[in-house]
Structures are given as structure tokens and as C-alpha cells.
Design a protein around this ligand. Sequence first.
Ligand code: NAD
Length: 263
Amino acid sequence: MRVVICGAAGNMGREVVRAVNAEEDIQLVGTVDTYEVGKDIGTLCALGELGVKVNSDLEKTLKESQAEVMIDFTSPFVVMNNIEIALSCGVDLVVGTTGITSVDLQNIKKAAAEKGIKAIIAPNFALGAVLMMKFSSMAAKYFKDVEVIELHHDNKIDAPSGTALKTVQMIAEERGFQAPEKLDEIEKVPNVRGGELEGINMHSVRLPGLVAHQQVIFGGLGQTLTIKHDSINRTSFMPGVIMALRKLEEIEGVVYGLENIIT
Ligand code: NAD
């Protein structure tokens, strides 16, 4: 499998370079970034020279390297443009960049169907995080009250996280009742009770030292239930990324969420 990594010089991109490089049947044929252009990606990732330089032109790199798959870990501001370029080049996709809206997803599905392209898009490639979402949706019908706290490193630019949004959607779909009415609260500091989606309060914490963490706290009569997941380093996402690459040949069209490809 011939793979190009977009955002290769970033935190996740470098981890994906190491993970792909360790797989015998997956070949890293190109890397793209707006940063560290011209440098050997192997040297940047402490793997020794790999003979693959960081390029700035995605379209040129996909075409010249005859890539079969583009992996994208860039930024919510540029990911849709990168996906459009990959679709126009007829390249399959594994996308981990967050910030893709439901409207974006519909557009990707339509364009991918027209061109016969396959894509796996997941806001979280960590298996434990996927289970946290699943367990939260299982608990949803037993507890009316729930709040979500997601915590990430201070360089994350989108809030709430894609995982938190997906968790809330899954809880809302599963619980089968209206969210309870809220009290008329007095916020002495604006937005101190967080944002609200589907009647569920969401809180985003950004601090150095964190990687990616989430707590889903259900409250009931005389009890709470907390479902918590911690990615303590970025290697936690790599088995999911490699699994997604291998699953591309089995899926049809666009799959959103790692839970849909876990066997
Ligand atoms: P980062 O800022 O460390 O890396 C992003 C890289 O993309 C940078 O090197 C940047 O120069 C590059 N970039 C920016 N614009 C570009 C463009 N137009 N073309 C090519 N490269 C470009 O960020 P990160 O921590 O690696 O995270 C990247 C994305 O992945 C974020 O959206 C983050 O939320 C997401 N993420 C997803 C998962 C998951 O499991 N799905 C896990 C962690 C992070």
C-alpha cells in the first residue's frame, strides 16, 4: 500500500510516520507539510534517513508518488481542502484531523461516491476512547443527567473535541427521552457552566502536559457514574490508524468513526 502522510511534520504526523515505517506491507511514498519543507522525514522522526522529503505541494506529491492512500493529520482550517485535492487525484483517505462538520461529511460522501473513493474518518483512533463512547451510550438510557468534560493539550485549536461531540451525539441518539429541563442558573462568570448540545453541558480544558482525555459523568439518585479515558501519549492512536489503512479494502464508501471498523 502506497501512502502519503499530510501534516507529517506535526505531532501526530511524526507518530504516524513511525507507525507506517514499522509495517512491512505499507510503504511511505511521500510526506507533505507547510513546515520543515525539504527535510528528510526519517531524520525528523529520529528514524534515520528514509529518502522521503517533506513537500509543500499535496497535489504534486500525490500524483508523482502514485499514492493509493492519503493520511491527514493537519488542522481543521485546511483539512477539507486537502480532502478535496485527494479526491480529485483519486486517492483513498484515512483522516484523523478533527473539526469536520456533518455538512462536510455529507459533501465528502457525495464526492467519494461519484469517484469510487473509500475513506475512513475518525475523530479518535484510540480504541479505549471508542469504548468510552460506546459505554457512555449504553449508560445513557439509565441516567437522565450527564455532563462531558474533555481535556487536551494547549495547542489544540478546536473546542469541543471531535470525540466530545460524537459522545454527545451517541448519548442523545441512545437515551430515548428528552433532556431534563435546566434550572434558571445564574452564571457569575460567563459560560462557567460550559457549552450545551442536546441538553448536555460540555466543558473543554486546555493545558500543557495533557494529551487527550475525557470524562463522561452521569448523575442519578444518590449516585454518579464516571466513564473516563486517557490517551497518555500519541502512540495510543497508532493501532487504530494502521487498522484503518488495512480496512480500506473491505469497506464501501465513507466510514465515520473507528467503532464501525473494529472487529
Ligand atoms: P500539529 O499542529 O502538531 O500538526 C499539524 C501539522 O499540520 C503541522 O506540522 C502543520 O505545519 C501541518 N499543516 C498545517 N497546514 C497544512 C497544510 N495545508 N498542508 C500540510 N500540512 C499542514 O497538530 P497535531 O497534534 O498533530 O494534530 C493534528 C490534527 O489531528 C488535529 O486536528 C487534532 O485534533 C487531530 N487529532 C486527531 C486524533 C485522532 O485520533 N483522530 C488524535 C490526536 C489529534
